[in-house]
Design a protein around this ligand. Structure first.
Ligand SMILES: [Zn+2]
Length: 327
C-alpha cells in the first residue's frame, strides 16, 4: 500500500516541474546521512491554551521526539497545523506526502490526560488529517475510560468523509483512520519501546472521579520529562515529579484567581495549581527547567503571570508559548 503511494508521488513529481510545498529539502532532512542528533530528546509545545480563546495559543498538545520517534500528549483544538512550522528541523521525521515513513506516519500515538474538551477537541484532526496525508497504521491512543467511545463516535461522525476517501477515486489506505485505544484507570506503564517509557499517574482535577485524570512521566535515554496534565496542587504527586529534567506543569495566576468570587476560587483551587503552589513544587523537585503551560490568567497578562512566578521561584522557569522547543 505504502509503496503504491510513493509511486504516485514520484509520478506527481515528474508531472510537476516545481517543488511541492512541505516536501523535504535534501539539505535539511536527508535521513540517510543521519548521525544521531544530540541531544536525542526534544520537547515541542504544540499547544499551550486553555478553554479561553487566544489566537496565539492552540489547545493543549505536547510533542516529545526521541530519535525522530514522536510521542504526543493531549490533542487540544488546532495544534496539528503547527507541525508545518517544524518542517525540516533536524530532530523531526521527514516531511513528505503519502508515506507512512514521514511526519504524518509518526503521528501514531497519543496519550490523553483527561477528556475535558480543551484537551481532546483536536482528536478528529489527529485521527483523520495524517491518514489523508500518509499514515497507514492505526493511531494508538491511551487515556481514561470513555476514550474508546469518543474515538468510535468521531469515526461515526466523519463516516461520510471516510467513505468518500475510501471508495471514491482518491488513493487511500484502509487503516490510517482507525484507532487502537487502551483505557487506563490506574498508575501504570502505558508504553515502552527502545526510545521511551511512558508511565501514567493519577492526578486530582476538580470533580473528575479518581482514575479519570492523568499526568505522564516520560523517560528517554537522555531525559526525564514529566507532564502534569490539569491538576490541583497535591504533595502526593511529588513522587511522580521527582527527578524530572523538564517538568511541564499547568498554572493559574494567584493574583487573578484572588479577584474571583469565593465559590469560583474554591472551584479553581480544587482543579488547578497557583503560581505560588507551583513554586513550592519547583523548590521541592528542582527540575532543570520548569515549564508553565495551560495558563489561567483571569485578567492578568502573560508578563504579569511571569513576574508573579518570579516573585515566588528562583529556579529556571518559562511560561510556554506555542512552538517553544526545549532540549
Ligand atoms: Zn484544561
Amino acid at each position: 500500500m505504502v509503496k503504491r503511494y510513493r509511486n504516485c508521488f514520484v509520478v506527481a513529481l515528474l508531472a510537476a516541474s516545481f517543488s511541492l510545498p512541505g516536501m523535504a529539502d535534501d539539505s535539511m532532512g536527508d535521513s540517510s546521512n543521519d548521525v544521531s542528533p544530540q541531544p536525542r530528546t526534544t520537547v515541542v509545545m504544540m499547544g499551550t491554551g486553555t478553554p479561553v480563546l487566544k489566537h496565539d495559543r492552540a489547545g493543549q498538545a505536547i510533542l516529545i521526539v526521541v530519535d525522530k520517534q514522536m510521542y504526543l500528549f493531549d490533542a487540544g483544538p488546532g495544534f496539528v497545523k503547527g507541525f508545518d512550522a517544524l518542517s525540516g528541523k533536524s530532530f523531526m521525521p521527514e516531511d513528505i506526502y503519502f508515506s507512512n515513513d514521514s511526519v504524518y506516519g509518526e503521528m501514531n500515538k497519543v496519550f490523553i490526560t483527561h477528556l475535558d474538551s480543551d484537551h481532546v477537541l483536536g482528536l478528529p484532526e489527529l485521527m483523520l488529517r495524517p491518514w489523508i496525508m500518509g499514515r497507514s497504521e492505526p493511531l494508538k491512543m491511551v487515556g481514561p475510560r470513555g476514550l474508546n467511545e469518543m474515538a468510535s463516535n468521531i469515526i461515526e461522525a466523519y463516516q461520510s468523509d471516510i467513505d468518500h476517501r475510501l471508495y471514491g477515486t482518491q488513493p487511500a489506505n484502509e487503516l490510517g483512520f482507525t484507532v487502537d485505544v487502551t483505557e487506563i484507570s490506574d498508575n501504570q506503564v502505558v508504553h515502552e519501546d527502545d526510545k521511551a517509557t511512558v508511565t501514567a499517574f493519577r492526578v486530582p482535577h476538580g470533580s473528575w472521579a479518581e482514575g479519570m485524570s492523568f499526568g505522564y512521566r516520560v523517560e528517554t535515554p537522555d531525559k526525564t520529562v514529566v507532564i502534569s496534565g490539569d491538576t490541583r496542587h497535591d504533595e502526593a504527586l511529588y513522587e511522580h515529579f521527582e527527578g524530572a529534567d523538564i517538568l511541564i506543569h499547568e498554572v493559574m495566576s494567584k493574583a487573578g484567581v484572588g479577584q474571583m468570587a469565593q465559590d469560583w476560587q474554591d472551584y479553581m483551587y480544587h482543579a488547578h495549581t497557583s503560581t505560588q503552589q507551583l513554586a513550592d513544587i519547583g523548590n521541592k523537585i528542582a527540575p532543570e527547567l520548569l515549564v508553565m503551560t495551560h495558563p489561567l490568567l483571569f485578567g492578568q497578562t502573560d508578563e504579569q503571570l511571569h513576574d508573579e512566578m518570579a516573585g515566588y521561584y528562583d529556579g529556571n522557569f518559562k511560561l510556554a508559548s506555542d512552538l517553544d522547543i526545549y532540549e
